[in-house]
Design a protein around this ligand. Sequence first.
Ligand code: FES
Length: 256
Amino acid sequence: MIQKELCKIISQREIAADIFELTVEAKLVNEITEPGQFVHIRVSNRDPLLRRPISISSYNKKSGQFTMIYRKEGKGTSLLADLTEGMVLDILGPLGNGFPVDEVTAGETALLVGGGIGVPPLYELSNQLTAGGVKVIHVLGFQTKSAVFYEHEFLKNGETFVATVDGSYGSKGFVTDVIKDLRFDCIYTCGPTPMLRAIEQMFSDKKVFLSLEERMGCGVGACFACVCKSADDPTGVSYKKVCSDGPVFRSGEVLI
Ligand code: FES
C-alpha cells in the first residue's frame, strides 16, 4: 500500500560527481514488493512544489531502511542534496511496478544493463537475483570516469563491465557495444530511452524488461503527465502510465 511518511535521514553522501546516495529510516519499507519501485519526495513546501521521483536502489526490511541514488541536476535535487543526517523528508511510496524477479530461475543467467542514473534500481535486483541462485552479469554505462559509481558493489554479485562514452574508464563506447557478445537468458535494463530502444531492437527474441525514465507529476496515476503509447493498440490511442503501470514494462508492451 502507498504511504506518505516523514522519514528520518540516516546518511547522505556524494558517491560520484553530482551523484548522491541517501538512506532513510521508514515504515514504508515494509510495503516495497519488488526491486525497481520508486518513491516521490517533497523537497520543499514552496518552490519546487512538485515531488521528485527517485528510484529505490536497495532496501532492508529488518533494519527498516532504504537507500536511493539520484543525480543533483535541478533546483529540487539540489535542495535534496543539501539535507543531512537527522533531518526529516516527506516521502510518498512505494510507487510503481518493479522488475519481476521470478522470470529467471536458479542456474539461469540474467543480464542487468544500466545507463547513468538508471543503474541504481538494478542494484537491489542484482542482490535478490543472486540470493535466488541466478547468475548475474552487469553492464554499466556512464558518460565519464567521474560519473562512475557502485562498480564494486555490483562486482560482489557477479561479473561487471563498465563502459564510458569518452573512454576515460572501462571500455570506450556504449553498453550496447559490450552486451552484443554476452550470453544470458533474460535482460533487465534501466536508462535513457535511446539505450532502451536499442536493447529492445537488438534482442527481440529474448525476454527483456525495461524500466522507463519519464517526467512525472503526481506519481500515482492521476495526472497523465507520464503516459506512453501502448504497443498492443493498433489505433494508437491507448496509453500506459509509466508511474502506475510501470516504470518496468516487458519489451513490446509500450512504444518507446
Ligand atoms: Fe501522474 Fe503518472 S505522474 S499519471
